[in-house]
Design a binder for this molecule. Structure first.
Ligand SMILES: Nc1ncnc2c1ncn2[C@@H]1O[C@H](COP(=O)(O)OP(=O)(O)OP(=O)(O)O)[C@@H](O)[C@H]1O
Length: 327
């Protein structure tokens, strides 16, 4: 892969909120790239800044949020668009068309009063990709593509007439309708039971291969990461703490936080209690000294309290933010 394959290039993304308690830096100087056909998982515990990252890129945060940095999306015709600098009108052209989105709970994203076939067709009509008749036909094809049988009947149903797994398939059909360059999936399978979750993950993987888009997959679940991701970015307290290809990260996690996340995933044949990570996620208010993970880290030494670790490229080619990673 070379740099021409990069379809999303995020540089120094920093998102802060002014609150009564002070400034919350929910995402702090986050940089990563996403390549065509690649799935990058962003993983971490609740509150680490995963959703704020995806909402910042989609520009769906309220005006109170201050977003800094750059996020270059390579458009269909090769043009480069800085998502963070586009006007709202320009962004409306990008959302759905070049940047697809799937969220955790389809019921909140689907219109309860509109037949699902119409909702899929509308995605194409909004971006003027075809006429109504073609859009309806394509909606049926998309329902088949996402594994829904009897699409003519299903297209006329309303969201409440479908199961959770089927609604999520409809959301995927809507997201794929305009063949976006990048798909952002924010915890898309978290609300589903495990067997349906596995089906949806397989489906997303298959469709991504066919469509060739890049996928940013937000999750707190390392089991899901293992099933879907090519690369993994681990976030803690709004910062990137480790990034590597999935195999490397699972084989040899370097950051103590990643090690803790992996130790809390059940493995076949494992006996005894699962290890957890002691303590709670630090609040992300204001400036801080030292490492954000210091109070939960069993390997912490004095330097970790006073000296802020920087992200560096470890000789094993993974990025890590720890004074003692791999030593
Ligand atoms: N509108 C807001 N105003 C103030 N703080 C916010 C706002 N939105 C998010 N935050 C804070 O930003 C931090 C990151 O939140 P975010 O929702 O990105 O976490 P997350 O990793 O996605 O967690 P979860 O998996 O629970 O959604 C949290 O500390 C959260 O309280």
């Amino acid at each position: 892969m070379n740099s021409a394959d990069v379809i999303l290039d995020v540089k120094g993304l920093t998102t802060s909120f002014q609150t009564a308690g002070g400034c919350v830096k929910a995402v702090n100087d986050l940089s990563f790239t996403l390549r065509r056909g690649e799935t990058l998982a962003i993983v971490g515990e609740s509150g680490c800044g995963k959703s704020v990252t995806s909402f910042s890129l989609m520009r769906l945060l309220s005006r109170q949020a201050q977003i800094q940095g750059e996020a270059w999306l390579t458009g269909r015709d090769g043009e480069r668009l800085n998502l963070l600098a586009l006007s709202e009108t320009e962004m409306e052209q990008v959302r759905g068309r070049q940047l697809g989105m799937i969220f955790q709970e389809p019921m909140t994203s689907l219109n309860p009063l509109q037949q699902v076939g119409e909702q899929i067709a509308e995605a194409m009509l909004t971006h003027k990709l075809c006429d109504r008749k073609q859009a309806r036909q394509r909606a049926l094809e998309l329902l088949t593509l996402v594994g829904i049988s009897a699409p003519e009947i299903r297209a006329q149903q309303y969201p409440h007439q479908m199961s959770g797994g089927m609604r999520q398939r409809v959301m995927i059909a809507i997201a794929l309708a305009c063949k976006p360059q990048v798909l952002i999936a924010d915890e898309p399978t978290t609300a589903l039971d495990v067997t349906i979750q596995a089906q949806i993950l397989r489906l997303m993987r298959k469709l991504q291969g066919e469509v060739g888009m890049g996928m940013l997959f937000i999750t707190h679940d390392m089991g899901v990461v293992a099933q879907i991701a090519d690369r993994v970015a681990v976030m803690y307290g709004g910062q990137l703490v480790e990034m590597a290809d999935t195999r490397t990260l699972f084989r040899r996690p370097l950051h103590p936080y990643t090690q803790g996340l992996l130790a809390s995933v059940p493995r076949p044949g494992q006996s005894g209690r699962l290890a957890g990570i002691p303590g709670q996620v630090e609040t992300v208010y204001g400036p801080h000294l030292g490492c954000r993970f210091v109070n939960r880290c069993a390997q912490a030494r004095e330097v970790c309290r006073v000296d802020r670790p920087v992200l560096f490229v470890h000789p094993a080619q993974q990025l890590v933010r720890c004074h003692f990673a791999g030593l």
